[in-house]
Design a protein around this ligand. Sequence first.
Ligand SMILES: Cc1cc2nc3c(=O)[nH]c(=O)nc-3n(C[C@H](O)[C@H](O)[C@H](O)COP(=O)(O)OP(=O)(O)OC[C@H]3O[C@@H](n4cnc5c(N)ncnc54)[C@H](O)[C@@H]3O)c2cc1C
Length: 339
Amino acid sequence: MQEGEIRYRRASITKSESYCCDVTIIGFGVAGLYATYCCGLAKLRACIAEFMPVPGGQCTTLYPDKRMHGAPGFTDIKAKDYVSALSSQCLPHADKILFNHNVVNISRSDNNEFIISTDHCVISSRFLILATGIGGCVPNIPTDITLNVDKSSDFIQNYCVDMNLYTEKRVIVAGGGDSAIDFATELSAIANQVILIHRRENFSCEPTKLKTIHELVESGKVCLKLHYDILAIVESEGIRYVKIRRQGASEEEKIATDHIIFCYGFSSKRKLIPGLETMGIQTVNSMIRIDITTMETAINDCYAIGDVVTYPDKKRSVVSCFFEADRAVRVIRDKIGRV
Ligand SMILES: Cc1cc2nc3c(=O)[nH]c(=O)nc-3n(C[C@H](O)[C@H](O)[C@H](O)COP(=O)(O)OP(=O)(O)OC[C@H]3O[C@@H](n4cnc5c(N)ncnc54)[C@H](O)[C@@H]3O)c2cc1C
């Protein structure tokens, strides 16, 4: 097997099939993967339904080639290899994994079991863990930026599916959070020129990352432009450039570049799985509200973990996924133990 390559059992089942288990986990991103591992340790039979044909969620689909930061046990690992390592740890603990299964409805039976309908089968379980992440998200690009770029062009990027795209290229990274800093740092080793543009003075990222960026700026590997607004992104007759303006200044600057990576976060187009609202789930900005002490949603025996949940000071990271998965499964294990 090559680096980063993962092989999975592909479920081949018909619509008439149904499964019964202790816990159904919807979503097989980092949160769902780790919840599966925790279920195995707790001797709970877990069935996983995942829309995609592979595990890893956004690590696999949005940034497989980017290095992971803050991933316990690894100082230098790409997201795809991290998912591979995590999968080898977690997959053996699953009772049933259903890839290519979109969960389309959830209801409850008379004996209080969850009935989870996918587009191919039905799963029933007493407990449910929602690990559906940021499914259906679109990258944020401020609407006041003039975009004069062909839709099929690779000029504007939002994620990092293939880092090779930037080798020996001029790249602008726009943003002030962890992703912007991560991209700028990583690109400094392979790109010809990296310019980091931020609208404000301060970055919202880990202090150590900031130190690294300042070192890269000092050594000339990254050019930092603070208090700048991006006005336009233009691609015309093979020439690509970005128009920017320092806040308070009147003159515009034109920077020729091969790519611009927007790191302004994502807006969710996520829709709740039908049935959850009727059962009384509570959401804030399409994210699920939970009790942080248990990870339980407003629906009894239904838990939510990972990027799909919200609570004060929630951080979107793999470590949060691990913590939340562990917490939810321990609560479920204790509930079953009390029966
Ligand atoms: C560009 C970028 C860089 C990042 N870098 C880092 C980093 O360096 N370090 C770090 O710790 N964190 C990083 N993060 C954050 C981290 O990736 C997330 O916090 C984490 O991956 C969330 O995992 P999750 O399992 O909650 O959700 P997701 O990864 O979104 O997975 C959810 C899964 O649920 C599935 N699903 C959704 N709805 C259904 C349905 N109805 N039926 C079946 N399946 C469904 C989806 O297909 C998906 O596979 C980064 C995020 C981004 C966007």
